[in-house]
Design a protein around this ligand. Structure first.
Ligand SMILES: C[S@@+](CC[C@H](N)C(=O)[O-])C[C@H]1O[C@@H](n2cnc3c(N)ncnc32)[C@H](O)[C@@H]1O
Length: 481
């Protein structure tokens, strides 16, 4: 039995984290945006700011499991007020995932609850003491029979993920890659950047921020610098002046696969990370191209255009706000201007997806996803975007289909459904490593990396793990008829 928790001074990091979590629950905002905008976090010293950030991101990423544990000890969990619940979540997160000493978990947790509801301090003390005693039992899912899926339940609790999602990962990736993904899930993802070739000093400034890391996971290729130390990169000011853009290395692979001479179309251009990488890569490699960047969100399209203009990379690019599910409607004005139905040498469909390959950067993903998103809604939208995009690919041109998902329903299944459809019959599935840019000598190391992440059909798939970049999927379809 642990001695009763003495009154201790509450750490400012926990207090700030609790304020932010309560605010997030009310506003529905993204945790990273709220952290970046928070004056309270900025006022903390470096160590406390780091802890507050870890707590906020961690609680958001794992709250379903935290609640499952906390609710075990409550008669009426549905009636717990949000302030007390978030304070207990912070303590439960520290206990389960940060390895904070139980004595500290209880004493700090009780103080945290006391700041919000004095009368609930005794309740918090009882809940947290029992949670400390049950930690190992909970994480090993000893309350679940082996025949009822104890192994998957344990993995889901160890990673703070919904059990159904871990079962999906196991189906798509197998046991070893699922374990690696889960184990790395609460650690920060490595950082990579693509340098603007028009900024004479950017490459040196970015290279000065290089972090130590596994070189094998970071193929060298023109324009990409990785891994990087994130705080140093931000402090260097190079991002603010658009001398570089932060872009996961595997997302850069997708952009490189879509960098070809001629006319190109990007469907789902978003805020334009890949618009930047393709334009920067083409400019650096002397590839002449024009581009249409199509995005359904007006705001994102505007952000893309502004950044590309500031970066000096917007020449030859048309920014269109429109719906890729009505591609003829979205491109009507450009078709009229061209006097014909435009066709492209390369169409990149950067599809809206579950984002399950990028959960380390987007902690909201796992607990906001619903099985129906993955089984029905997203694949239907993805197939529609791919089908419409296919009609705009010129004979001999390529159609690149990409997601940042690791789930077969959004990846290989969509490609197969497309190839089985009438729109897909004129296309041949070719290895991603066969894309034109990868045939150049200066991209040889990247080409080898792409081949090592391709399956027998030439589909590129990466999976997040310790020291590895995010999970991205890419298929290359070439119009043969
Ligand atoms: C994976 S994100 C794109 C990321 C972006 N290409 C980048 O590199 O920064 C997918 C994008 O597709 C957009 N989108 C979703 N549905 C769409 C549609 N029907 N037509 C066009 N864009 C769509 C989303 O708004 C989102 O910005």
């Amino acid at each position: 039995m642990m001695p009763s928790a003495p009154m201790t001074e509450l750490s400012p990091a926990r207090r700030v984290a609790l304020d932010l979590l309560i605010e997030l629950e009310e506003s529905g905002a993204y945790a990273r945006d709220a952290l970046d905008a928070s004056p309270a976090v900025r006022m903390l010293d470096r160590r406390d700011a780091g802890l507050a950030t870890r707590l906020v991101l961690g609680v958001v990423a794992t709250y379903g499991c935290l609640d499952e544990l906390i609710d075990t000890y409550c008669d009426k969990p549905g009636r717990m007020n949000a302030r007390i619940r978030n304070a207990l979540r912070i303590s439960a997160f520290e206990l389960l995932y940060l390895g904070t000493e139980p004595r500290v978990v209880v004493s700090q947790g009780v103080e945290l609850v006391r700041t919000r509801a004095k009368s609930a301090a005794g309740f918090a003390n009882a809940v947290l003491r029992r949670a400390c005693e049950d930690r190992a039992r909970y994480l090993d899912a000893r309350d679940i029979r082996e025949s009822d899926g104890r192994a998957t339940a344990a993995l889901s609790r160890q990673g703070g993920l919904p059990e159904w999602l871990v079962a999906e990962f196991e189906t798509s990736l197998g046991a070893a890659r699922t374990r690696a993904l889960v184990e790395a899930g609460l650690e920060p993802a490595p950082v990579a950047a693509c340098v603007n070739p028009l900024d004479a000093t950017a490459e040196e400034a970015v290279a000065a921020c290089r972090a130590s890391g596994d070189a094998a996971a970071c193929p060298a290729f023109p324009g990409c610098v990785a891994p990087l130390e994130a705080a140093g990169l931000v402090a260097s000011g190079v991002l603010r002046r658009d001398g570089a853009v932060v872009c996961d290395l595997n997302a850069q692979v997708v952009a490189c696969a879509a960098t070809v001479p001629g006319a190109t179309l990007e469907v789902g251009a978003g805020r334009g990370t890949k618009t930047f990488v393709t334009a920067a890569t083409a400019s650096r490699s002397g590839i002449e191209r024009t581009a249409v960047a199509l995005e359904v969100s007006k705001k994102r399209s505007r952000l893309n255009r502004r950044r590309m203009e500031r970066a000096g990379l917007a020449e030859g690019i048309r920014f269109v706000t429109g719906d890729g599910c009505d591609l003829d409607g979205a491109l009507a004005a450009l078709d009229a201007e061209a006097g014909e139905r435009m066709r492209f040498d390369c169409v990149l469909v950067d599809a809206p997806c579950s984002g399950t390959g990028t959960m380390r950067r987007h902690p909201e993903i796992p607990w906001r996803l619903d099985p129906i998103d993955i089984d029905e809604d997203l694949p239907r939208l993805q197939l529609e975007l791919l089908t419409q995009a296919a009609r705009r690919v010129r004979a001999g041109g390529q159609l690149i289909y990409a997601t940042c998902s690791v789930l077969h329903q959004e990846n290989a299944d969509v490609v197969d459904a497309f190839l089985d459809s009438s729109a897909g019959r004129g296309f041949s599935l070719e290895p991603v490593s066969g894309a034109p840019l990868f045939q150049r000598g200066e991209f040889a190391e990247l080409a080898a990396y792409v081949r090592s992440n391709e399956n027998a059909r030439g589909l590129f798939q990466t999976v997040p793990a310790a020291d590895a970049f995010d999970g991205h999927f890419c298929a290359r379809l070439v119009r043969v008829r």
